[in-house]
Design a protein around this ligand. Structure first.
Ligand SMILES: Nc1ncnc2c1ncn2[C@@H]1O[C@H](COP(=O)(O)OP(=O)(O)OP(=O)(O)O)[C@@H](O)[C@H]1O
Ligand SMILES: [Mg+2]
Length: 875
């Protein structure tokens, strides 16, 4: 099984959930990695910031403090008073303490994390310590220096005093004065020169001044001064020791200051190195962080790309497979909704929800197609049914109706849904119609409209145009009602005709019987009178005239009875086939002569021959009667038209078609009111007074036409003339008749049995063309009934008669009663085909279907010939 198919076994929901779950997990992984990575990065950055800044800050503080330490050194070195030295040294001590504390901090918080750092810190610490020691020494030297300076100052002061006293010593010799002055100057010079070499000065004093002083006699003036100068110059500590101490201090201070400067410089370098180290560490850590960031970026990018690919694949799958299928089903649904029932539903075989949806939709489509068919069928039936149908809602407004409603009322208006009952009536032009209940009571239109909304109603509507409609209303289950309009015009006319025919029938039977008897009586009277008249040569002429009058009356009576017999269709006829046009044309002279000159006789004869089979003498008689009636109805002149034309085709009760030929006599005379029209065929009904009419003219025509298989119809309105139409069955056209001898099968009757009415009609037509009388039946039972009722010379039956019946079965049942009845089988199968179906028929008893006429004639001739001569069994 392919992966796609395997996947389809899971539901769409499961697949979507799996896809989304997978994507969610992927996103979660990406987010987690990103979160962890960035947290680490954040920590690293924080650490970087913390360490770097702290390091930098401390390095700066170290630099600051070391430089501030170094900066105090000159102040300490240059201090000349103890108080200043004390304050400077206190400050220096404070700064030293802070510096040492800073160093201790450096070591304590792990700044010295690696060996390099440790070494660096050790160097810093050493440098700091050396600086501190040097500074302390400087302080000490400064303190000493203050003491030595003040000592020198005191000696100087004494020298200055001696110098003054010298001048006041009485008796001091010049040389003694000079020696004193020289010694004072030498010592003064040593004191004033801070850079002088004290030992060299001392040696100079000892060499140049001391001898003179030592040579001083104690008794000599100024001896005390000389002695003091010797003391000052030679004793320890004397001037030169003090100067030496002072000058040494000075040198030492300068030296220490330079050491401080050098140490401060070294410390600054160390600090700078430390700062540089910190900077490098920061850069390194920054690079590490950057690397970690890059790694994270790569990881996230890879996962992101994977996620994108997975999402793209999932989206492609959803769009292609699910979306595509759902889209296809949706578009199929849309096409279905637009009326396309032939739409193909995709995805029917899928095992998932889309498949279920497609299958449900397919069922829906089939239902819709069936519904469409049903709806179309119903619409077609609704629109083409013979009856009108209109549906009204509970408030009497039209909801729907078919075209037939308007047609039945002869209205061209289109009825619109929503029209009220009154509006519908107006549109149909039925305001002047008369509505009657079934019992014949006239009904009010408003009453009818109301009644239709409350219950089942049935009434008749007589339209002004003479049409009669039946309206049947039934209530609808959801309110309102439906009315079915049926055209009763024809039925009413047929009913009237039927009533008329029945009346004529009964009158005919009555008059026929009487006429027959009278005819016999009159025949006897006439016969006897003629015998008497033949033998009445000896009778006086007067008596003879009586006899002749009696004979004439009897003959007139006989004429009347003849016409009565004609009316009651009992007169013997001599039918022939002839062309109606020829007959009418041959009579026109006589007719013209009969109508006289007041009237115009017009003939309109059909151009084609109209063969009829009738008694030509009787037809001439009938035509004469009709023309005379028209003449009598047109006393003030007018036109009488005699017309012939082909008529419509009727079906006989056995389904065979019969063409009609029409002979019409129309006049522009007085016409007839309905009450006259109703009775014109009654014997002895006449409106002609004074013995001008017998009232037997139309009766005779009626009887003759009916007896000849035709019909008669009269259109007449008072003042508008009359048209009388005789329809006679058209005889076979001479072309069809000629090849066969019409007499060959004259008087022979064949029963045609076929379950298909069309085939039956065709065979009947063929047989009639051969001059055979036919009977027809559509089933075995009907055929047996016909055989029982009438004389049949031959049974022509289809082999397969439907409902499982067969021709051979029918033949067997017929032979039970009529063993000699010849049978001819017809079938669409040939004999072989029939044998395959278990039916065995002899070739001489078989005609193929359709049979050609010569085969049919041959078979008939063979079978009927047999029948006539011997009546032998047939199968
Ligand atoms: N063409 C016609 N126009 C007007 N009325 C007619 C016409 N034909 C027949 N009728 C009426 O029908 C009645 C019966 O006619 P029918 O021919 O049977 O008898 P009749 O003409 O009165 O007598 P008869 O034919 O014996 O001379 C007539 O009396 C006449 O009132
Ligand atoms: Mg008449």
């Amino acid at each position: 099984m392919s992966p796609a198919r395997l996947l389809r076994r899971f539901g769409v929901r499961a697949r979507l959930l799996t896809a989304f779950g997978f994507l969610l997990a992927l996103m979660f992984a990406i987010a987690s990695i990103a979160w962890v990575g960035f947290t680490q990065l954040g920590d690293a950055v924080k650490e970087l910031q913390r360490e770097s800044l702290l390091d930098v800050e401390r390095s700066l503080r170290l630099a600051q403090q070391s430089s501030s330490l170094a900066a105090r050194a000159p102040a300490v070195a240059s201090a000349r008073v103890l108080a200043q030295i004390d304050s400077e040294s206190a400050e220096l001590h404070r700064r030293l303490g802070a510096f040492k504390q800073l160093l201790a901090e450096f070591e304590g918080d792990g700044l010295a994390r690696n060996k390099a750092n440790r070494e660096e810190m050790a160097r810093l610490r050493d440098a700091g310590a050396r600086l501190a020691e040097t500074l302390l020494e400087l302080m000490q030297v400064s303190r000493q220096s203050v003491f030595h300076v003040s000592q020198v100052r005191a000696l100087r002061y004494r020298l200055d005093q001696i110098d003054t006293e010298r001048l006041r010593v009485a008796g001091l010799s010049d040389s003694g004065n000079a020696a004193l002055d020289y010694a004072i100057r030498l010592m003064g010079d040593a004191i004033d020169d801070e850079a002088a070499d004290a030992e060299a000065q001392r040696a100079r004093f000892n060499r140049l001044a001391l001898p003179a002083l030592q040579a001083w006699h104690p008794a000599m003036a100024g001896a005390n001064l000389a002695a003091e100068l010797i003391r000052l110059g030679t004793q320890t500590p004397g001037v030169y020791d003090a100067v030496e101490d002072r000058n040494e201090d000075q040198v030492r201070r300068i030296y220490l200051l330079s050491v401080v400067a050098a140490l401060a410089g070294g410390l600054a370098d160390e600090v700078a190195a430390n700062v540089e180290h910190v900077r490098r560490g920061a850069v390194r850590r920054g690079e590490t962080t950057e690397r970690a960031l890059a790694e994270n970026r790569t990881r996230i990018a890879i996962l992101g790309a994977l996620g994108l690919i997975a999402a793209a694949l999932a989206a492609t799958y959803v769009v292609r497979d699910l979306g595509g299928q759902i889209g296809a089903v949706t578009s199929a649904m849309r096409r279905l909704a637009e009326g396309d029932r032939s739409v193909d539903v995709p995805g029917l075989g899928r095992p998932d929800e889309i498949g279920t949806l497609a299958r449900a939709f397919e069922v829906f489509r089939e239902h819709a197609a069936r519904l469409d068919q049903t709806t179309r069928l119903l619409e077609t039936v609704f629109e083409h049914m013979n009856d009108g149908v209109a549906v009204f809602d509970a408030s009497g407004r039209l909801r729907a109706c078919n075209q037939r409603v308007s047609e039945l009322y002869g209205s061209r208006e289109v009825l619109q849904p929503g029209m009220s009952l009154q509006a519908v009536r107006r549109a149909l032009g039925a305001e002047d119609s008369v509505r009657r209940s079934l019992s014949g009571d006239t009904l009010d239109a408003a009453y009818v409209d109301r009644a239709r909304q409350y219950g089942r109603q049935r009434f008749e509507e007589y339209l002004p145009n003479g049409h009669v409609l039946e309206l049947r209303s039934t209530l609808m289950p959801d309110g309102g009602f439906v009315t079915v309009y049926t055209d009763l015009t024809e039925r009413k006319a047929t009913e009237a005709q039927l009533a008329q025919a029945r009346k004529m029938e009964s009158v005919g039977q009555l008059t026929g019987g009487m006429a027959h008897d009278f005819n016999n009586l009159l025949a006897a009277i006439i016969g006897n009178l003629q015998v008497v008249l033949d033998d009445a040569e000896g009778l006086p002429p007067e008596r003879r005239r009586y006899l002749e009058r009696a004979l004439a009356s009897a003959e007139r009576g006989s004429g009347i009875t003849q016409r009565l017999l004609a009316f009651s269709r009992k007169q013997p006829l001599a039918p022939q086939v002839f062309d109606l046009n020829t007959l009418v044309a041959g009579m026109l002279d006589l007719l013209e002569h009969s109508v006289g000159t007041r009237l115009r006789l017009v003939s309109e004869l059909d151009t084609s021959p109209l063969p009829v089979r009738a008694d030509p003498g009787q037809l001439e008689n009938a035509l004469m009667n009709l023309v005379l009636n028209s003449r009598d109805a047109t006393p003030d002149g007018g036109t009488i038209s005699v017309r012939t034309r082909p008529g419509s085709t009727h079906l006989t009760p056995d389904g065979s078609p019969i063409e009609q030929v029409v002979l019409e006599v129309a006049d522009t005379g007085s016409g007839m009111p309905p009450e006259v029209l109703e009775r014109v065929f009654e014997p002895f009904y006449t409106t002609k007074s004074g013995g001008l009419g017998t009232g037997l003219g139309l009766s005779m025509v009626y009887g003759f036409v009916k007896q000849s298989g035709g019909d008669i119809a009269i259109d007449s309105r008072p003042g508008q003339g009359t048209a009388v139409r005789l329809s006679l069955p058209r005889a076979r056209p001479p072309a069809a008749v000629s090849p066969d001898d019409p007499a060959e099968f004259a008087g022979r009757t064949v029963l045609v049995v076929d379950d298909e009415a069309d085939v039956r009609g065709a065979v009947v037509g063929q047989l009639r063309a051969l001059g055979v009388e036919t009977l027809a039946a559509g089933s075995v039972d009907e055929a047996l009934a016909r055989l029982a009722d009438a004389h049949v010379d031959l049974l022509l039956t289809d082999v397969f008669l439907g409902a499982g019946d067969t021709g051979p079965q029918l033949a067997a049942r017929a032979h039970a009663r009529l063993p000699t009845l010849p049978v001819l089988f017809s079938s669409g199968h040939d004999l072989g085909g029939l044998a395959e179906r278990g039916v065995h028929v002899a070739p001489e008893h078989f005609v193929p279907k359709p049979a050609n006429r010569s085969t049919l004639r041959e078979r008939l001739a063979a079978l009927l010939g047999h029948n006539r001569s011997a009546g032998t069994p047939l199968l």
